[in-house]
Write a protein that binds this ligand. Structure first.
Ligand code: HEC
Length: 157
């Protein structure tokens, strides 16, 4: 009986570890360092995936990684905050909040994607939508930036 209980506990611990391979919603990203913003319009290769206006935010560890030329330590989180881009009165403004994309650094948890965990959240429900296969597709494109720690953006002067 005791043994069964122990086996049960070990199994639960193993499940727990496996379930821990997810990326957490970055609840405080709006207070993180603003790296840059960009509007992606029709005709751009990324329009289907992330068309609209986005802002990138880096937490403290991610900021240190940018400053180190792409050496991101575990715990670094970069958030890609995506909105509709609405043209009005000769200006382009933020429209509806479309998605929150995240790259989170953990070299142990996300070994399969070179240490970066990828996720896309619904901004309202904070529900995650990517499975491991979709995350691998994110990484396939970010691989181009291998010499910059798999990150495209850079700090401004
Ligand atoms: C076809 C290429 C491509 C794919 C696929 C792609 N990205 Fe990116 N990603 C980019 C580019 C280009 C940028 C830089 C945007 C900018 O400069 O504002 C970027 C930027 C980012 C950033 C900010 C950090 C950085 O690299 O500058 C995050 C976070 C991010 N992407 C998450 C994702 C997630 C999550 C997925 C999968 C759902 C994904 N990306 C798929 C090309 C891609």
């Amino acid at each position: 009986m005791k043994r069964t209980l122990l086996a049960c506990l070990l199994l639960t611990a193993a499940w727990g570890a496996a379930a821990d391979s997810h990326v957490a919603f970055p609840t405080t990203y709006r207070g993180d360092f603003h790296v840059k913003s960009m509007v992606i319009q029709q005709g751009h290769p990324l329009f289907e995936a992330v068309g609209g206006m986005h802002h990138l935010y880096a937490n403290k560890k991610a900021l240190a990684g940018y400053k180190a030329g792409g050496k991101f330590a575990d715990g670094a989180v970069i958030t890609f905050d995506l909105f509709e881009a609405v043209a009005q009165d000769n200006a382009i403004a933020e429209g509806a909040h479309k998605a929150v994309l995240v790259m989170a650094r953990d070299s142990r948890k996300f070994k399969a994607t070179d240490g970066w965990g990828y996720q896309v959240f619904d901004p309202k429900t904070r529900k995650a939508s990517l499975d491991a296969k979709a995350a691998a597709e994110c990484h396939a494109c970010h691989l181009q930036q291998k010499d910059k720690g798999f990150v495209f953006s850079a700090l401004r002067d």
